[in-house]
Design a protein around this ligand. Structure first.
Ligand SMILES: C[S@@+](CC[C@H](N)C(=O)[O-])C[C@H]1O[C@@H](n2cnc3c(N)ncnc32)[C@H](O)[C@@H]1O
Length: 415
């Protein structure tokens, strides 16, 4: 093994070509492999780190054959070092998923295919003549059928009534699933909570934002939360996790935080140095979406204001976030104009709220504004003459929101 290694109780970080290093590791010594190799981008991947130094690695290949024969060799070596009970998670994207699946089928056998995990995120790239690409693929294969996974559960979808899930099921004489009934014909309920639904193979985990604490400025750095999930599903405390192209060491950080041993290999010196640095103080930036689910973000958008949420869904307005003067906007169906929306509740000071709203829609060049007075606001016993007058702002009551566009048309063309 090369000299430039770091060896301690819980892990090793090794600089060198992964094919060479893997050949020197004992067979069947590793429980879990995560591979995030170069993706055949045919570019030098570059990024400025926090100290404004440029970090790079090369991802340029003669052709598909050269790339595929390297991946095949890598998979064969990984197969050797994996225990019979182990598994591999292979990270790739639209450029190579189809090649990689074929190679994995050959080396690991199609019988051992477990999942094609789709990691989705919202990251806008420059417009191109294709749809916005917002996912990568992680191919999950086991070495044999002896690999055990730990189930993780997600929340039910907001459309599911969990109460129904707590009712017993049976099959009728045609084999159809029906609710179980007791002798008196009452549906049997378990009265016990369920853990949720087993985790799907589509994972919504945000890409690292530019200010994330864990970001080290390594090109194509993956989020620790993604790796924590893989490690939790396919390994146990004390197991060994191997990443043969470890880059900035994300998988090793996740392994260390999860009480696993780790082996990281990378051919590049800057990768090894940043990995060693990260492992001294392993950090994860927890995302709101991963902890609470994408649906719960509506709470973040609307706060606890269910009234606001309900009104917006009825009028199909789009919310505007973190703006105290403007709650959202509505694309008008009768013209190509936009109307700003402000919802007044009992906490609002009418004069300052409407003035702020007026300025907000003027800045955005919205032609109209609609102020929606909710019930609790109306209960303040205000008369309509107390409402500040602006020629482009219409006031309506919460009970009238379904007719918002008719009301606005009447307002614009009073005769
Ligand atoms: C996609 S990056 C890995 C990023 C990593 N998962 C992270 O979160 O930072 C791919 C890495 O493969 C490394 N690499 C390329 N060829 C290699 C080889 N033959 N042996 C070992 N590492 C290699 C590159 O230096 C690069 O760091």
């Amino acid at each position: 093994m090369k000299n430039n290694n770091e060896l301690n109780d819980s892990g090793r970080v090794i600089k060198g070509d992964c094919l060479e290093i893997l050949a020197s590791l004992p067979d069947e010594s590793v429980d879990l492999v995560y591979v995030d190799p170069p993706f055949f981008t045919q570019k030098v991947q570059k990024l400025l780190n926090k100290e404004n130094n440029l970090t790079t690695y090369e991802d340029i290949w003669k052709n598909k054959d050269e790339y595929c024969s390297w991946i095949r060799m890598l998979l064969i070596r990984l197969h050797n070092v994996l225990k019979e009970t182990g598994a591999v998670y292979f990270h790739c994207d639209w450029r190579t998923t189809h090649w990689v699946r074929n190679l994995l089928d050959d080396v690991f056998s199609c019988r051992n295919f477990r999942n094609e995990i789709i990691w989705i995120y919202r990251r806008w790239s420059a417009a191109s003549n294709a749809l916005q690409r917002s996912h990568q693929t992680i191919c999950f294969y086991s070495k044999s059928d002896r690999h055990k996974i730990s189930n993780i559960f997600e929340d039910y979808s907001p459309m599911t009534n969990p109460d129904q899930n707590w009712q017993g099921r049976a099959r009728d004489s045609h084999g159809r699933s029906i609710y179980k009934k007791d002798r008196d014909g009452n549906i049997e309920a378990y009265g016990k909570q369920k853990k949720g639904v087993p985790l799907r193979d589509v994972w919504d985990i945000p890409y690292l934002n530019p200010n994330a604490k864990e970001r080290v400025g390594y090109p194509t750095q993956k989020p620790v939360e993604l790796l924590e999930r893989i490690i939790k599903i396919s390994s146990e405390a004390g197991d060994t996790v191997l990443d043969p192209c470890c880059g900035s060491g994300t998988a090793l950080v996740a392994a260390k935080l999860s009480g696993r041993k780790y082996i990281g290999i990378d051919i590049s010196e800057p990768a090894i140095s940043v990995t060693k640095q990260r492992l001294k103080n392993p950090t994860v930036s927890r995302s709101y979406v991963t902890s609470n689910g994408r649906e719960s973000c509506s709470k973040w958008i609307y706060g606890d204001n269910d009234r606001k949420r309900a009104i917006f869904s009825v009028i199909r307005a789009k919310p505007v976030y973190r703006n105290k003067n403007l709650d959202g906007f509505l694309n008008l169906s009768f013209s190509n104009e936009v109307a700003g929306i402000k919802i007044l509740d009992n906490t609002a000071d009418i004069i300052t709220s409407t003035e702020g709203f007026f300025n907000a829609i003027r800045k955005r060049n919205y032609k109209y504004g609609v102020v929606i007075k909710t019930n609790s606001f109306i209960q303040q016993n205000l008369f309509s003459e107390d409402l500040p007058v602006y020629t482009n702002i219409l006031y309506i009551d919460g009970s009238e929101v379904e007719r918002i566009e008719d009301k606005l048309l009447d307002f614009i063309n009073p005769n």
